[in-house]
Design a protein around this ligand. Structure first.
Ligand code: GDP
Ligand code: CA
Length: 308
């Protein structure tokens, strides 16, 4: 079986571990979110691609959910000693090596898809990891503070402000001119099943869906989604702040309607959300907490069964 999964960072990566275990014979292509990407200290950082790569490759900091296991912060501390900004973004020393390799290759002219493939030769994630696009398309958030209304990079809103300032608007700057990365549309076309993991529906999945051509390609396929919202709350993180920005209720029903029946054929919800319903979408309720690999594998299996 050929499976395509979209993915953000932590939620997507955790789910993919279960998907890989649920379908060991399958060929899995992951289309990763690059809307969170940012250039810091001259280095190109792709947090979601790296989270997927480290998680599936066995290098992730398990407790934190992102970054490298056993990492140190020497470079970050040294930069801070020089007073260099920004200081709010977490960059471990081992992680910085990844960003140096990536930046060197990008500067040498390789597209991000080729760079990602090269990095994965080390990590061997067991899936084919593609960025959604090789073009620059970054998520920006319009906020209002003492300085008036202004747009800031998603990472500044998410990491520095912890999404505590309401977002008036969330926009993927550059989306209109972005093209799907090589292999993305081909993988969707060849897929037997497409899975939307319980990643952030606005700034992870929603971002990938904004790259011209991806949503319409997905609409032609059997697509099953896993709700990132359980009983009215995002399990981890601040997805509610993103949903509020796009006027969607933080509920399994709200996200179901956001994705809609043109895209979804199946929607997996938690047992307390069993009432979720939308014409044309098969809904099933199962435990959705990704507490360990066994629980996550059961979720992935249920998702595949729902549309098979
Ligand atoms: P990020 O890019 O690191 O924020 O990660 P993702 O966008 O891939 O996933 C984040 C989302 O995962 C959060 O907004 C939560 O709603 C969802 N999530 C985290 N843990 C769980 C879980 O155990 N079960 C479910 N159903 N969703 C989860
Ligand atoms: Ca992310």
């Amino acid at each position: 079986m050929r499976i395509v999964s979209l993915a953000g960072g932590i939620g997507g990566a955790r789910f993919l571990r279960g998907l890989r275990a649920a379908a060991p014979e399958s060929e899995i292509t992951v289309i990763g979110n690059t809307g969170d990407d940012i250039t810091l200290f001259g280095l190109r950082v792709c947090p979601d691609l790296d989270t997927v790569m480290y998680t599936l490759g066995g290098g992730i900091d398990e407790a934190q959910g992102w970054g490298r296991a056993g990492d140190t912060r020497t470079v970050k501390d040294e930069l801070a000693a020089y007073g260099v900004e920004p200081q709010w973004f977490g960059l471990g020393d081992k992680d910085i090596a990844t960003h140096i390799v990536r930046t060197q290759m990008l500067n040498a002219g390789y597209p991000l898809s080729a760079v990602t493939e090269a990095l994965c030769e080390r990590w061997r994630p067991g899936v084919r990891l593609l960025p959604m696009t090789d073009d620059r398309a970054e998520t920006h958030v319009v906020i209002e503070d003492d300085g008036g209304r202004r747009a800031i990079h998603f990472q500044e809103w998410w990491v520095r402000l912890r999404a505590s300032v309401p977002a008036h608007r969330i926009a993927l700057v550059g989306a209109d001119d972005a093209k799907p990365a090589p292999g993305v549309l081909e993988a969707i076309e060849a897929a037997d099943v497409v899975v939307l993991p319980p990643s952030n529906p606005v700034v992870s999945i929603g971002t990938i869906l904004q790259i011209p051509g991806i949503r319409s390609a997905l609409e032609a396929k059997a697509v099953v989604g896993v709700s990132p919202i359980i009983g009215g709350a995002p399990v981890r993180g601040m997805a509610d702040a993103c949903l509020a920005a796009v006027g969607v209720e933080t509920s399994a029903q709200g996200v179901l309607e956001l994705y809609g029946s043109r895209l979804l054929d199946g929607w997996l919800v938690a047992e307390q959300d069993a009432g979720a319903a939308l014409d044309g979408v098969r809904v099933r309720a199962v435990p959705l907490l990704m507490s360990d690999l066994a629980a996550t594998t059961a979720i992935a299996r249920a998702a595949l069964e729902l549309v098979r």
